[in-house]
Design a protein around this ligand. Structure first.
Ligand code: BYC
Ligand code: FE
Ligand code: FE
Length: 483
């Protein structure tokens, strides 16, 4: 069996890429596998490796029925290699090779650039698992615990997806990169993960939900851009990864939404009319909306840094080469070469923020970021609807893109959430009102200190979900902790 929409389980590594007939790549992956399992045991979910978790596993790449659900011990999860079906006659959709047949092998002249994109993508996947490894101990319910682990095993699978490309298409240096992906570690001094946000902590469940809402959504945008790639195996890999990514953002959006819901309910019950009366709200044992805003400010700004500099020759080169496109490139009506176009980019010039027209090719990171912000706004609007439903005036707002940035045009500047340039003293004086401060973090961690592991029960700071996973009833035991 070679390429198919069904997954071959006859080899140790489930796949639809014909691994049974590809001894070279199969052996390379089998050699890498034990190191991966060691990584999973040492840096994956801490304390739950024996638990039986109700997980979905990909069994096909057919969008209508690609998953089965069953109880699985996480180290025994079937991390498979799945590519979306080949599109016959696909051509390179953009850049200087536009219209030529899509590459089935690595184009020699772009090898280094392509490998770098794959390695960076691969590096983020295990990083997020490392960042989330302690969260099981404070889970607000078995439902949420299960969702955390679902996200974790799928991020593990995303690492496999990139490692497959490295083994299959890059030979010796690909193998070395695959080893390095297991060696670097989130937050490490000597060997940190490659991108900034993936070395930050995910210390509590509010951060986890914000991370899956904001940072996994960067994953979605980057995968969308790589799914347009003229290098067909990368495109097909990313297209299948995107089907999984949707659930990660669901976890984030509904997680934050359920926290907001619970807070509003509790405030109503207690007769609180002012949601900014933080002390009173916190005494109810729920998370105040101003703190939701602060966590949002933090995770949004950390994630914007993941788009790289607004003006970037790397991005221009990757586009011209046909390796990384724009969001929904195939739906955009233009010449897909961009040699004569411009794009508006906000920059700090002479002490003020101005919009400047810059060559569209170099502004591609900014454009993807803008598409990302629009995508985020949809979810934020749905959160605000929950608040309004309870009759509160409070509105959550995405901060200005210049707020709290370490990469790109705003690096080294201080910008308020409203988009005002500040001096260092003003920033220092106000930042505790805009980002979670020590007191906020201590409050959250104390509130969430005790997990809720009884089936059908939820911690008091979060509302139950509207429906169960795979239509399971409310008291379903999603994780059997001591099977
Ligand atoms: N931190 O021209 P520049 C996901 C470096 S998330 C540290 O500004 P470029 C997921 C950059 O590497 C999606 N360094 O930017 C989510 C370069 O260094 P070198 C991950 C940074 O290259 C949740 C220099 O600055 N996938 O999947 O156009 C859970 C100048 O670069 C950062 C991808 O990102 C940073 N934030 O864009 C699990 C897709 N930003 O080479 C998973 C692949 C920039 O000069 N990556 N630098 O030493 C890319 O497309 C691009 O590399 C980036 C950066 C968009 C990341
Ligand atoms: Fe991922
Ligand atoms: Fe994800």
């Amino acid at each position: 069996m070679s390429e198919s929409i069904h997954v071959d389980y006859s080899t140790r590594i489930p796949n639809n890429v014909g691994l049974a007939e590809d001894a070279r790549v199969r052996r390379a992956l089998e050699k890498w596998h034990p190191g991966y399992l060691d990584w999973w045991m040492e840096r994956g979910p801490d304390g739950f490796q024996q638990a039986l978790v109700y997980l979905r596993t990909a069994v096909s790449v057919d969008p209508r029925g690609w998953a089965v659900f069953d109880f699985v011990r996480m180290p025994e999860y079937k991390w498979g290699i799945l590519l979306a079906p080949k599109v016959e006659g696909r051509t390179i959709p953009f850049g200087r090779h536009r219209g030529e047949p899509a590459w089935q092998e690595v184009p020699g002249e772009y090898r280094a650039m392509l490998r770098r994109l794959i390695v960076i993508q691969g590096d983020t996947e295990p990083a997020s698992v490392e960042q989330q490894r302690h969260l099981g101990k404070t889970a607000p319910s078995l439902y949420d615990l299960r969702n955390l682990f679902q996200v974790n095993v799928e991020e593990g699978r995303h690492l496999w997806a990139m490692v497959y490309l490295l083994f299959k298409y890059f030979g010796r240096d690909g193998r070395e990169e695959a080893e390095e992906l297991l060696r670097r570690q989130s937050g490490s001094q000597d060997a940190p993960r490659m991108l900034g946000a993936f070395n930050e902590e995910t210390p509590d469940w509010l951060s986890f939900f914000m991370f899956t809402f904001f940072t996994d959504r960067d994953g979605k945008m980057q995968l969308e851009a790589l799914a347009q790639s003229g290098f067909d195996p990368l495109s097909r890999t990313c297209r299948f990864m995107l089907t999984e990514e949707a659930h990660h953002m669901f976890v984030g959006e509904t997680g934050v939404g359920r926290i907001i819901e619970r807070t509003c309910q509790a405030m109503r019950e207690a007769g609180i009319d002012d949601p900014t009366d933080v002390e009173r709200v916190r005494r109810l044992g729920v998370i105040d909306l101003p703190l939701v805003q602060k966590k949002m400010n933090l995770h949004f700004s950390l994630t914007l840094d993941l788009f790289g500099s607004e003006i970037s020759t790397n991005a221009a080169n990757a586009f011209e080469a046909g390796l990384k496109g724009r969001f929904r490139e195939d739906k955009i009506d233009d010449d897909h070469r961009l040699e004569h176009d411009t794009y508006p980019v906000p920059r700090v010039v002479d002490g003020e923020i101005r919009i400047e027209q810059v060559p569209a090719l170099t502004a591609l990171n900014c454009r993807l970021r803008d598409d990302y912000i629009r995508d985020c706004q949809g979810g934020v609007n749905r959160w605000n609807r929950i608040i309004r439903k309870y009759g509160y005036e409070f509105e959550l707002r995405l901060p200005h893109p210049g707020f709290h940035r370490k990469i790109g045009e705003f690096r080294g500047h201080h910008v308020s959430p409203e988009g005002k340039l500040l001096d260092a003293a003003q920033w220092e004086a106000r930042k505790g009102a805009w980002l979670p401060n020590d007191d906020d973090q201590a409050f959250v961690e104390e509130l969430m200190a005790t997990p809720e592991y009884r089936p059908g029960h939820y911690a008091r700071w979060i509302a139950p979900p509207k429906s169960g996973i795979n239509n399971k009833p409310g008291d379903f035991e999603y994780v059997k902790l001591h099977p």
